[in-house]
Ligand binder design. Structure first.
Ligand code: SAH
Ligand code: SF4
Ligand code: F3S
Length: 473
């Protein structure tokens, strides 16, 4: 994530290949190349895959030409995500013609959605591996090496890869992501995730705490806890039925690792985020005051068709509650325009709810029907594409104005910033993030990444705050 933002879906990283850790790639005889698409959890899965492959003697490479194994960790969330992967496969066809020994594997949500059908449609693919089957990769590779096509798309009710320590290949050494659960039990009617990722399950609390503590000890200063619906995290100790950990408890435990470790999380479903979570956030300075609260639509009628299980009024009350317990808390959201039967009036409801939320960041999409989902089976995708796109551009314009205003309001203020690295603008400048996850660029002086400093903001662009440090924090 070149400019790392706490979000589940990050367009800027789509298709990014992993870089080997300096000096490490030489020690492996076999090399794999992996590209990741989709949400942050998928990127995190690629790090688990890297860890499994490392045990098999495979080292990572960013150069596809020197790889004996090429993997695409794919996303199915919208049709466009799948089209991008299909195009990439066409490009790999040429490489495979030059190097017939090359094994090509499709991992992730598209593998799960299409299963063995993918082998018929894309002849160059040797392996199709679903998100819960990565432990079987070594066996599948062996099978594929004998010339057989290898498929494992079994979903699991237990798998969390909790014991596997992800290989942080492309990391800045300061911020990292930790998956705390997998799957999703909600049935939002537009969404393919419950089909591609299976049932929701929470990861062992001890393994989460151990991973976060290890990272802190290795110099990391920020963790983002990841799940499709983090507020439904629920862990019962195997030794004691009364020892229950909720998301609020987990958040507190991670915050207690060190006051120098920033904690973020994503995603919160508006129906599930509790006062307990909000009070825990208020209690610890190192839990960032930033909540990703996807609204999807501002119309109660559309929300019902989407099966989001909350109304416009409920959503507004949640926003009010957040502002009451956490004054000034930053909010971000996801919006879909042009869902089945959406009228201009529904669209206006989304516009006014966007206005109410005053989001610092929003991920906005037009509806893309996904085969097999509740919406695809029940409703007609009846909003014409040009209407979906026009509504989307209205939402985007509104959001741009709002986020620019939010940036401008920060000029003149001083923020605590965690330094992440050298700025893309100039070698003499560093960049970091505020608690509200805004990027700040400032002169390097003698500061180093991983440090906390105070920065007084003097100017801004639409996406970046510019300032000067007033000293270490
Ligand atoms: N678990 C998260 C969402 C994960 S998917 C949540 O519940 O909010 C990320 C975003 O993609 C969703 O919030 C939604 O806005 C968008 N999305 C999902 N399915 C979509 C579809 N069929 N068409 C367009 N956008 C979609
Ligand atoms: Fe999809 Fe809804 Fe689950 Fe999010 S909560 S992953 S939108 S089904
Ligand atoms: Fe994530 Fe895309 Fe799958 S958003 S869960 S990779 S469908």
């Amino acid at each position: 994530m070149l400019e790392q933002v706490t979000k589940v879906h990050d367009e800027s990283r789509q298709g990014e290949a992993y870089a080997p850790v300096a000096g490490e790639s030489q020690t492996y005889t076999k090399k794999f190349y992996i590209e990741s698409y989709g949400c942050q959890m998928n990127f995190n899965d690629s790090e688990i895959v890297a860890s499994i492959l490392k045990e098999e003697g495979f080292g990572p490479t960013r150069n596809v030409e020197e790889a004996s194994l090429v993997l695409l960790n794919t996303c199915s969330i919208r049709e466009k995500a799948e089209t991008t992967v299909r195009k990439r496969l066409t490009e790999f066809r040429k490489i495979k013609q030059r190097n017939p020994e090359l094994l090509v594997g499709v991992l992730g949500c598209m593998a799960e959605r299409l299963k063995a059908k993918l082998l018929e449609e894309e002849k160059l693919v040797d392996m199709v591996v679903g998100p819960d089957a990565y432990r079987t990769l070594p066996a599948l590779i062996e099978e594929a090496e004998t010339g057989q096509k290898a498929v494992n798309v079994l979903l699991s009710r237990e798998e969390t890869y909790g014991d596997i320590s992800p290989v942080r290949l492309d990391s800045n050494g300061v911020t990292a992501f930790v998956s705390i659960m997998r799957g999703c039990n909600n049935m939002c009617s537009f969404c393919v995730v419950p089909f591609t990722r299976g049932r929701e399950r929470s990861r062992d609390k001890a393994s989460i705490l151990q991973e976060a503590t290890d990272m802190f000890n290795r110099g990391y200063r920020e963790v983002t806890l990841l799940g499709q619906n983090v507020d439904s995290y629920y862990w019962v100790s195997p030794d004691n039925d009364n020892d229950i950990t909720t998301f609020a408890n987990l958040l507190e435990a991670v915050a207690l690792i060190s006051p120098l470790l920033r904690v973020r999380f994503s995603t919160s479903h508006p129906k599930d985020i509790t006062d307990d979570v909000l009070y825990t956030m208020a209690k610890y300075e190192n839990i960032c005051k930033y909540i990703h609260l996807p609204m999807q639509s501002g119309s109660t009628r559309i929300l019902q068709l989407m099966n989001r299980t909350y109304t416009r009024e409920w959503y507004i009350k949640k926003v009010d509650r957040i502002r009451e317990i956490l004054p000034g808390c930053a909010l971000s959201t996801d919006v879909i325009t042009g869902f089945c039967t959406e009228t201009e009036e529904d669209h206006q409801d989304t516009m006014t709810l966007m206005d109410y939320g005053q989001y610092d960041l929003a991920y906005m999409f037009f509806y893309s029907e996904r085969p097999g989902t509740l919406a695809a089976r029940r409703y007609q995708d009846d909003v014409p594409e040009e209407v979906k796109k026009r509504r989307l551009s209205e939402i985007v314009d509104l959001h741009r104005a709002q986020s620019l205003k939010s940036m401008q309001q920060d000029v003149g203020k001083t923020f605590k910033v965690l330094i992440e690295g050298v700025s893309k603008r100039s070698e003499d400048q560093l960049f970091g993030r505020t608690d509200h996850n805004k990027v700040v660029v400032f002169p390097k002086e003698d500061f180093r990444k991983g440090e906390y400093i105070w920065v007084k903001v003097e100017d801004c662009t639409a996406g970046t705050l510019l300032g000067t440090s007033t000293g270490r924090a």
